[in-house]
Every structure is written in structure tokens, then in C-alpha cells.
Design a protein around this ligand. Structure first.
Ligand code: OOG
Ligand code: MG
Length: 262
């Protein structure tokens, strides 16, 4: 352990004030180059606890770096997870204010609505699907608190995996009878197609990505709870947007989801 007492709280303050004041900061590994992944997850947990003390509620989990392409880009072999809180949930009909962000990007994702508690260390994609009440189209807005959206894996874990907002579409379907791996997706910005993909981009199958996170949580005695929402990871690269832009994601079968930024 490299974290001396009080340093974790200092880092939490540093990241939370950057988020609240919508300003980017230098990455924490510049100052603490030896931080481990484990310590980064401890900082992330403290950061979420602080948000809870300030009134936010944990409502689920998000996966990041779930595509092989993105993992190779970062030189890592593992995905990452962070928490969703109720204040991140945005609605389609209310434009997001650009001034509430630093340098936001949109990602197309498949959301899972968990209908039963799920905990363990040998959880499979099939186990995940069996407790999934619905899947729905989603867009995650990520907004790294770090300068130029550049970071190492430890930095981004501590920063709750760049989480900022998410929007869920209004068509929710049972995953039974859906082939989430071959589900096609098109993301557009201002009506022009910007990325395309399919569910398989997420570790071969989005439920595999959720199972990975459940097993990681299981190793520290945690798990998913009935009612949790899980964002399974970006299906394509993230796309930057600004005030005046609108982003829409259309899935085969699952339907669409969109938002605009003012
Ligand atoms: C980390 C978060 C990535 C995803 O779905 O891959 C993420 C980042 O790239 O800032 O949410
Ligand atoms: Mg994401």
C-alpha cells in the first residue's frame, strides 16, 4: 500500500471539486505514480461514499474499457467498473447543459435492469441473463476530470471511470429471445452517422461484461442488487459533443435513445 492516511481523502476532494467546478485537473498518477488498481478502487469507493453523504443514491454499476480495441489502446487486459448514482440519470426530453461538463463524450451502450440480487465469483453470462428483467438502449455521457481526457488505468478507476450522465431509451425488452451479441447499433450526431457497431464489441457479449464485473465485486464480498441498472460498456468509440448538438443511438430490435445538448 502506498496510500498514506489522508491522501485518499485529499484525492477525493481533488476529483470532486474538479467535477463540481467543471474544470479539468492533472492526473493523480503524476503525483502518486505508484498507486495500485486496488488503491484506485478504494479511492473510487470513498468518492462515491462522499457523494452519498451529500445526498446521492447508488443505483447501479457501469463497465468501461470492455472492448478489445479499447483495452489494446490503453495497453491493459482488463475492463474497469464504476458506480452509477441517481444524479447521473438524465432524461431524453430535457437538454443537457454543456456548461455542466468539462469535455463530454457520448457512448452507445446496452443497459441491464437487474431483477434479483446476484453475487458470486463464478458468475456466467447465462447467470446474468437469468436475473435480467429488461435490457434497454442507453447512451452514457463520460466526462473525465483529467486534462485532455488522458489518464492511466489507475487514474480513471479513481475518477469513477469518467462517469457523468446516462440516458435510457423507453423500449425495455426481456433479454430472452434477443441475440445481444449480433444486435446492430448506429450512433448519429446531428443526423449524421458517426459510429456503428454490434453488441459483440463488448467482450463478445454484453452479459459477459456484466458477469466479469459481478465476479470482481464478488471477490470483495459485493454484488448486484435487485433494481440495479448496469451499463455494460461502450459498443463503439466515444464521440465528443458540444452545445447545440444532438446525439441519437438506434439499435436493431431494441429501438432508439437520444438527447440534445444546449
Ligand atoms: C473510461 C470509461 C469508458 C466505456 O463504456 O468504455 C466507458 C473512459 O474512456 O473515459 O465508460
Ligand atoms: Mg461507458
Amino acid at each position: 500500500m502506498n496510500l498514506t492516511r489522508g491522501v485518499d481523502e485529499e484525492i477525493v476532494d481533488y476529483l470532486l471539486s474538479a467535477e463540481k467546478e467543471c474544470r479539468e485537473v492533472t492526473k493523480i498518477t503524476d503525483q502518486y505514480p505508484n498507486l495500485t488498481f486496488e488503491e484506485a478502487y478504494l479511492i473510487q469507493e470513498k468518492l462515491i461514499q462522499r457523494k452519498e453523504q451529500e445526498g446521492a443514491r447508488r443505483i447501479g454499476l457501469k463497465l468501461g474499457l470492455t472492448s478489445k480495441a479499447k483495452q489494446e489502446m490503453m495497453g491493459v487486459h482488463e475492463a474497469i467498473y464504476g458506480y452509477l448514482t441517481d444524479d447521473m440519470l438524465a432524461v431524453e426530453w430535457k437538454p443537457l447543459a454543456f456548461t455542466s461538463f468539462i469535455h463530454p463524450k457520448a457512448e452507445p451502450e446496452i443497459a441491464f435492469f437487474i431483477g434479483e440480487d446476484l453475487q458470486g465469483t463464478h458468475v456466467t453470462a447465462a447467470d446474468v441473463l437469468s436475473v435480467t428483467q429488461y435490457v434497454a438502449p442507453a447512451i452514457e455521457v463520460i466526462d473525465s476530470r483529467y486534462q485532455h481526457f488522458k489518464f492511466t488505468l489507475t487514474d480513471v478507476i479513481a475518477d469513477n471511470c469518467s462517469s457523468a450522465r446516462f440516458v435510457i431509451g423507453n423500449k425495455w425488452l426481456s433479454p430472452a429471445g434477443l441475440d445481444l451479441a449480433s444486435l446492430g447499433m448506429v450512433m448519429s450526431k446531428n443526423s449524421e452517422v458517426v459510429t456503428v457497431g454490434a453488441g459483440a464489441a463488448v467482450l463478445g457479449h454484453p452479459a459477459t461484461s456484466v458477469a466479469w464485473a459481478v465476479n470482481k465485486l464478488g471477490a470483495i464480498g459485493k454484488g448486484l442488487k435487485k433494481g440495479d441498472i448496469v451499463l455494460s460498456g461502450a459498443i463503439s468509440e466515444a464521440v465528443a459533443f458540444e452545445a447545440g448538438d444532438s446525439i441519437s443511438v438506434q439499435f436493431a430490435e431494441l429501438g432508439g435513445v437520444s438527447f440534445s445538448c444546449k
